[in-house]
Unconditional design. Sequence first.
Length: 506
Amino acid sequence: MTARLRSRSLRTRLLVLITAVLVCVCAAMALTTVFAQRAYLLGNLDNRVGDAAERGVGGAALHPELTRDLTFLNETGQPAGMLAARLDAKGNILSAAVVGQDAPPRSLTTEQTTALKGIAPDGSTHTRTLPGLGTYRVTALEASGIRVLAGLPMDDVLDTIDGLVEVEIGVAAVGLTVAGCVCAVVIRRQLRPLGRVAATAVEVSHAPLGRGQVAGLTRVPERDTDPGSEAGQVGAALNRMIDHVEASLAERQRSEEQVRRSEERMRRFLADASHELRTPLASIAGYAELMNRGTDRIEPGLAWRRVNAESARMRSLVEDLLLLARLDEGRPLQSAEVDMAALVAEAVWDARAAGAGHQWQLELALDEPVLVLGDEARLHQVVANLLANARIHTPPGTTVTATVEATPASCVIRVRDDGPGIPADLLPTVFERFTRADTSRTRAGVLEGGSGLGLAIVSAITTAHGGHIDVQSAPGRTEFTIALPATRLPAADPADAAVRPRPASV
């Protein structure tokens, strides 16, 4: 029965348990009422029986010599159905009679008298059933050697108890029926929030989570998340679980997307690296083949110059790849204080020597040197790559300006030009490896044209120094901004809070 009940719904179990409790309570109340009423009625009846026995003893005492005398039953006021008997010293019944309704007392039969045997004259009450007369409450008393037994019928008491039981059964049945209906309605209404929570859980279970859906999962309504109720606590817990599931799925998707992008970048990186390496290798192999076929096909000096150029190009590419690999592995760089103003000035002078067709400017918004803790050679490479990028991808006559500024916590280096700009579709990936803008910017030639690693190296070195790089580009203005943490900044002059940049053409 218990196992069968456990398999039922919570609503059914609550209704069954509440009904069982109500039945037990009603049964306990009914039994208590019946027993209390029975005890009360029996007490009254016992008092009346005791009074009747005392009257019988008093009546028999008028004629003590008549041991079988029952004339006291003829006295007025004796209730119908009352019985009396005279006992001898051994408790045997000498005579017994019962008062009739509007009739003289009649003697009891032998069978009825036998039912009254064994009652001691000690005043205690007993219940006896007399054939043909019914159930009686009897007692026996002794006074001055006179022993009298008296009894009264219990029919009224039994009828009253039976009627009370019937009434209580009827009232209990009606009450339990009404209570059961009310409980069913109340339980149904109170469990509606739990039903809505269950429906939400079912709907979420049908969501295609395996296919990566991480947004738009159904939530439990706000009204069903009240922490003051058990159903609200379940609803709130389910919402938190759904939030956790969505967050976990979103994180997994982000991880999978990062892995996918990393794999794509790796494949693209390997393909681009292979292509970049294959070109100089093919050139070297071609010139070597021409040399093997004889000097009449190509001038030896030209062949060796081309082989050296392609070797240098391949060596530069390999060195760039090795540098990126070391930076990716997080290998420590050399650490020393670097004067960024001097470093940028040197890089601008080098760029002027390499690109005489451009206009080069240097602006230092500083009163004293600003120092950065880092690898001087790598930081020089960062600035040199940015300047070379501006030189290679802009036409002659373009003005390129390098600026060094100091903020409250960092050193800011800006390299801007007034060239054609970077295409908008290329701007988000400009710092990725092997990214080129050949279709929008003019390349100066094969030897001077980069492999697409320059800006990637700039970004990697800047990140390794704890800084960050940004780029903004539009036709007529392209600006790269590098922010590096500074170890010592110029002292601010209270009398001159704003320090104006000082442009210098070089």
